[in-house]
Design a protein around this ligand. Sequence first.
Ligand code: 6GU
Length: 231
Amino acid sequence: MQIDVFTLFPSWFDWFRGQRHVVNAMALGSALETVDYRAHTPLRAGQVDDTPFGGGAGMVLRVDVVEAALRAGYGEDPVGLRKHRRVIALTPGGRLLDDALATELAAEEELTLLCGRYEGFDERIVEHFCSDQVSIGRYVLAGGELAAMVVCDAVLRKLPGALGHEDSAHEESFSAALEGAPEYPHYTRPAEWRGWPVPEVLLSGHHARIREWRRERSRERAERRGGESLS
Ligand code: 6GU
């Protein structure tokens, strides 16, 4: 999978590229590239944003700047680009990222993520250049970069081989394998610590009983959290 992130802070992604599952995904043929809006701006002095028409606080990312960056990246009119490629604006009010959306995006060959800054995007960017708007939660971040990294993390770890163990991303919290429920609890050595024992069944070696116990704990957690389960 090829992910291109358009941002004013490309160097922030250098840290992200060092994460184990990202390194694994790259080694298996995926790529994570950044495009710096400022490197392609047609405006003087590296300008990329402007004050909002109608007044108000903050600055807004300009449509001409984003168009220039997308044209530089893809060599085509961005109005046509979104017809054959997911072009996602990271916006606080967008579609909430969940396991189903991460799975949907992981099935794409190519993704483009647009990060806004300050007060966000000129609405024409979202309206004419983007296929989707995605949010990572109902709170406001100073910019889309951290949200883009969250999307990349959730998507890349779903690619085969990224976690180094085939089953790791299959039966985990919110997955279809757990019917959308949170994951069951995990334990490791020591089997007892300060009088806190590990549940007996996990030490039993009875795989069917262990599977059943885990399913029950997962359902229990779903009920306690107000029926998050899909079923
Ligand atoms: Cl995608 N962007 C910003 N700026 N804030 C957010 C967000 C995105 N998702 C949650 N808060």
